[in-house]
Write a protein that binds this ligand. Sequence first.
Ligand SMILES: NC(=O)c1ccc[n+]([C@@H]2O[C@H](COP(=O)([O-])OP(=O)(O)OC[C@H]3O[C@@H](n4cnc5c(N)ncnc54)[C@H](O)[C@@H]3O)[C@@H](O)[C@H]2O)c1
Length: 345
Amino acid sequence: MTAGPAAVPPFAVIPGTQVQEVLRGREKELVELVEATYRLHGAGDSVNPRSYFLRFPDRPSARIIALPASIGGEVRVDGLKWISSFPENIAAGIPRASAVLILNDHDTGYPFACLESSVISATRTAASAAAAADWLTRSRPRPVRIGFVGAGLIARYVHTFLSGTGWAFDETGVHDLSAASAAGFAGYLDRAGTGGRITVHDSAEAAIRGSDLVVFATVAGTPHVHDPSWFGHSPVVLHVSLRDLAPEILLGAVNVVDDVEHCLTAQTSAHLAEQLSGSRAFVTGTLDDVMAGRVGVPPDRTVVFSPFGLGVLDLAVGKFVHDEVVRRHELQVVDGFFSELRRHG
Ligand SMILES: NC(=O)c1ccc[n+]([C@@H]2O[C@H](COP(=O)([O-])OP(=O)(O)OC[C@H]3O[C@@H](n4cnc5c(N)ncnc54)[C@H](O)[C@@H]3O)[C@@H](O)[C@H]2O)c1
């Protein structure tokens, strides 16, 4: 193989405006992409080491997470998502999370794109939630009452992906510790033309009891929902924020995760359930297991989906965006980004 300039791919920057233009209105396609990525990951055609959490003694609520990953199949790309969570941003009027995604060329290792990635991250998270809502309710009457606990950006994206993949609800419940967030999300639901009744609940209990499909998208660091009787009606729970439910609730439910090794870390509720029970037997399987029919989902039990969030999903969505921007001849290449390309000058 000849080394040198011809082998080095151009380096491009893809801003959030381009990312949003590409992704808008393509919910069905993106849910299928996420499902295909779960299948590839389940089949072992990926490398997805544990996320690294960078934390700061002087800013205990903040963190920046590194998610390196590699995916095979037709996507065939390596890369890294680097995503910050600064919950105090909300008080300053800006989103909590910000992120970039670096894509690396399969053959040379060269980074070839840096993408704005808070939108990609929210998109893959919401697409994964919509996939889970679909697959985990196939054995029961389709839910018509949804409740959101935590009403920020992720809740909005999950709602957009459910609507965009054909869901409609008679009742939409909203609960948030912040009245302003609950009102803001209810306003979004109204503007989005959500049919049915929209109710802002002043307790998580009311939102849970009033819903057959419950979405947790809070920033809770430790469990705040402890009473199993709130789940007496056996809802399907999309536990996107991972740390809301007391481990006892998971131990009494059917548990589906995206990846067992990942999900049982970082003090998630699933991790706490493993510590409390001393085993992983409470995990029924992965969403890939459900999609492949390897595990069944009983219609009459509470089902909790805990998606840790896999870097391979960010890669798949990021490569989809990159390829679409290339197809539209809109790639913004940074000329001369890699400038030292001859070993001996
Ligand atoms: N699993 C994944 O792959 C994945 C991916 C992306 C984000 N997330 C998680 O989703 C969550 C939401 O992210 P976001 O960007 O929407 O955050 P956000 O800050 O925009 O919104 C979170 C909302 O939760 C509310 N809240 C906090 N504690 C609460 C509680 N105990 N009860 C009710 N409401 C509460 C806050 O007031 C806020 O309005 C975060 O925890 C984030 O880590 C998970």
